[in-house]
Design a protein. Structure first.
Length: 469
């Protein structure tokens, strides 16, 4: 109902979204993923008010985004440049907020400090580092090696050296890195959309301005922003008949997080469509990817321990489909006294990955003439059927779906993004009944304010017309 509560114009969308992200930033000061020395008890007054403010802001932001969607789909959509300015405006308050919706940024900083100190992040967890940065990492990950590639570890190490391990400066720096990734994502979207026959404004609205980007890539400073920015830039380079540059950029994206490697298939297909022989296209892409990998690993000095990053354990709070099914199967087997109970979760994870591989193959067989869309759907499948999932993982596929999917698919993706924006508490932890009640109160309060604003606007008399002399 939110899209019809207020009439849509660009100025109103800008202000409403700005109010939403300002409320998010304000609430995050007491309810966000704060440093451990600043954490408040969830039941404290400050944390409770902060949680209400955060969900008040989320609902305002979703409403602004939905209203902006009406403008984008209207007869006179805003220009891409105007949408980029909206993105900058909505992001501004979040740059000053503490980390929100996840504590991963502290893990990034600890891993960067480890690499800067010469500690192998692919052998040891942050507990080996010790000190204030390691104290910020959740207990589950204290003894877990880094699941990220050498490119991101290299960036984290450089940031650690520049900030000398200072926490607040490190968080600010990591957020700027994520913001650079978001900017690269946005700049690539218009070009990818034009190639795919989609409206660039609609692509920017769904792929860069959606609440998940603002909540998790900007406010949460997740490295998925860097992965997607490099992936988008690589696909743009491949479209521009620079296949070697495209393959190198996509490889760099995969050396941040491995799923981006699926983009190399699009680089090969785009070369074939440009007239290059399949064998040559495949060989050129493979050699470029290999050379980029060797160079990046040598420059960062991480060694090749990152090749085992996919074995990083899955958290117990993870709500991926295969993890949920595995847990249910394990409990059932344990209930009947089976000795196979401990194998249930790994078996379901393996089955999920196998199903994902088959689904990706089917996607490429069907959409080989639409490689950008094929990569988007492939990434969505990998996120959905993988052993771990978080709300921001939906952005893997949604980013390229925004640029290349048919309108009905984009509409469904937008609905999913709106729902997932409400799925995570600002502190990044599991919710209890009291926190859920406070979150609902914040959302309901925002809906009431929107409705009252609508009623006021409807009741306001229209301005009198000037007499014509």
């Amino acid at each position: 109902m939110l899209p019809v509560v207020l009439s849509a114009d660009l100025r109103r969308c800008r202000l409403l979204g700005l109010a939403g992200t300002a409320a998010l930033a304000t609430g995050g000061e007491t309810a966000g993923a704060l440093p451990v020395r600043e954490l408040l008890a969830p039941a404290s007054g400050g944390a409770a008010l902060g949680l209400v403010a955060v969900y008040f802001g989320i609902v305002l932001l979703i409403a602004a985004w939905a209203l902006l969607g009406r403008l984008v789909s209207g007869p006179e959509p805003p220009a891409p440049r105007a949408l980029l300015l909206v993105l900058a405006l909505w992001s501004a308050p979040l740059l000053l907020a503490p980390p929100l919706f996840s504590r991963d940024v502290y893990s990034y900083l600890a891993q960067g400090a480890m690499a800067d100190a010469g500690i192998d992040v692919y052998t040891h967890g942050p507990a080996r580092l010790g000190g204030p940065l390691a104290d910020e990492v959740a207990p589950l990950w204290q003894h877990t090696s880094a699941p990220y590639g050498p490119v991101f570890i290299g960036v984290s190490a450089l940031l650690s050296a520049l900030t000398r391990g200072e926490l607040q400066a490190g968080v600010a720096g990591m957020r700027l890195v994520a913001l650079a990734g978001v900017a690269l994502m946005a700049l690539a979207l218009a070009r990818l959309a034009r190639h795919s026959g989609a409206d660039p404004a609609a692509a920017l609205w769904l792929g860069a301005l959606n609440p998940l980007v603002l909540l998790h890539l900007v406010a949460g400073a997740h490295n998925d922003a860097v992965m997607l920015g490099l992936l988008g830039a690589g696909l743009v380079a491949a479209l521009g008949r620079w296949p070697a540059a495209g393959a190198a950029l996509v490889t760099l994206a995969a050396l941040v997080k491995a799923p981006a490697a699926l983009g190399l298939a699009a680089v090969v297909v785009l070369q074939i469509r440009a007239g290059r022989r399949p064998a040559r296209a495949l060989l050129t892409t493979a050699l470029t990817a290999a050379a980029t990998t060797v160079a990046a690993t040598a420059v960062t000095g991480t060694g090749y321990g990152w090749t085992a990053a996919l074995d990083t354990p899955v958290s117990t709070g993870n709500w991926a489909l295969t993890t949920l099914l595995g847990g249910a199967t394990r409990d059932l087997l344990a209930g009947v006294g089976s000795s196979l109970a401990h194998l249930a979760v790994p078996a379901w994870h393996t089955l999920g990955l196998a199903c994902a591989a088959v689904a990706v193959l089917l996607v490429w067989l069907r959409l080989r003439h639409r490689p950008v869309y094929a990569v988007g759907l492939s990434l969505a499948v990998v996120a959905a059927l993988g052993p771990a999932i978080r709300p921001w993982y939906a952005l893997w596929g949604l980013y390229l779906i925004a640029a290349a999917a048919p309108a009905p698919v984009r509409h469904r993706a937008a609905a999913v993004a709106g729902v997932l924006a409400l799925a995570t508490l600002p502190g990044g932890g599991a919710a209890d009944a009291g926190q859920l009640a406070l979150a609902v109160c914040g959302g309901v309060l925002a809906a009431v304010v929107l409705w009252q604003a609508h009623q006021f606007r409807q009741a306001r008399p229209a301005p009198a017309l000037d007499p014509v002399g």
